[in-house]
Design a protein around this ligand. Structure first.
Ligand SMILES: [Zn+2]
Length: 175
C-alpha cells in the first residue's frame, strides 16, 4: 500500500542517518557541564537551547505542557540533581500558552466520555505568573531536591522573545 503522506518518523530516520557525523557526541559526558536543569513548556516557539544560549551537553531540558512542576517534572529534576550533578533549576513558562484559560472541567468531561479518569490534571491556569510562582514554591520546598538555593523562574513572550523573571513568594521562608 502506498502512503500518501510521508510520516515524520520516516523523515526523522532519514535525517539522523544523513547527519550522524554531526550528531554523534563521542566522549561527551551525560552530566550537564553547566550543572543546570531547565523545565520548560513544550510550546513549539520555545527552542530552549538556542534561546538560553545553551549547547548540547550543558543542561538537562525537561519539558511538559505548561512547564508545570508536576510530579513527573519533579522526578526528572530529582534525578538530574541526585544522579547527574545539577544544582540549579530554571523554569520557563510563557505568554499565550495552550493551557492558559483552558477548561479543566471540559477536558475532564471529554476524557470521561472516552472512558478514562486519569490521576493527573490538565493543569489549566488563568494567571501565568501566579502559576509559575506556585511551581517555584513547590520546588523550593521539595526534599526530593538536595540543591534548592538556585531556583529561578521566567515567563517568555514568544512575540518579542523577551524573558521576564518571576520571583517566588517568600511565604514559608519566614515561618
Ligand atoms: Zn505553553
Amino acid at each position: 500500500m502506498v502512503r500518501c503522506i510521508m510520516p515524520n518518523a520516516d523523515k526523522m530516520m532519514d535525517f539522523v542517518a544523513a547527519h550522524a557525523e554531526d550528531l554523534a557526541s563521542p566522549g561527551l559526558s551525560p552530566r550537564p557541564s553547566r550543572r543546570v536543569a531547565v523545565l520548560s513548556c513544550m510550546d513549539t516557539r520555545i527552542d530552549v537551547l538556542s534561546m538560553l544560549g545553551l549547547n548540547r551537553g550543558d543542561a538537562h531540558i525537561i519539558r511538559n505542557a505548561g512547564g508545570l512542576v508536576t510530579d513527573d517534572a519533579l522526578r526528572s529534576l530529582s534525578v538530574s540533581q541526585r544522579l547527574l550533578g545539577t544544582d540549579e533549576i530554571v523554569v520557563v513558562m510563557h505568554d499565550d500558552c495552550g493551557l492558559h484559560r483552558a477548561s479543566e472541567d471540559d477536558y475532564r468531561r471529554a476524557l470521561a466520555r472516552d472512558g478514562v479518569l486519569p490521576t493527573w490534571r490538565l493543569g489549566a491556569f488563568d494567571d501565568v505568573e501566579e502559576t509559575l510562582r506556585h511551581g517555584l514554591g513547590r520546588l523550593r520546598t521539595a526534599p526530593e531536591l538536595p540543591a534548592r538555593e538556585h531556583i529561578y523562574g521566567f515567563v517568555y513572550d514568544p512575540e518579542t522573545a523577551r524573558l521576564r523573571e518571576v520571583h517566588p513568594r517568600e511565604v514559608g521562608l519566614r515561618g
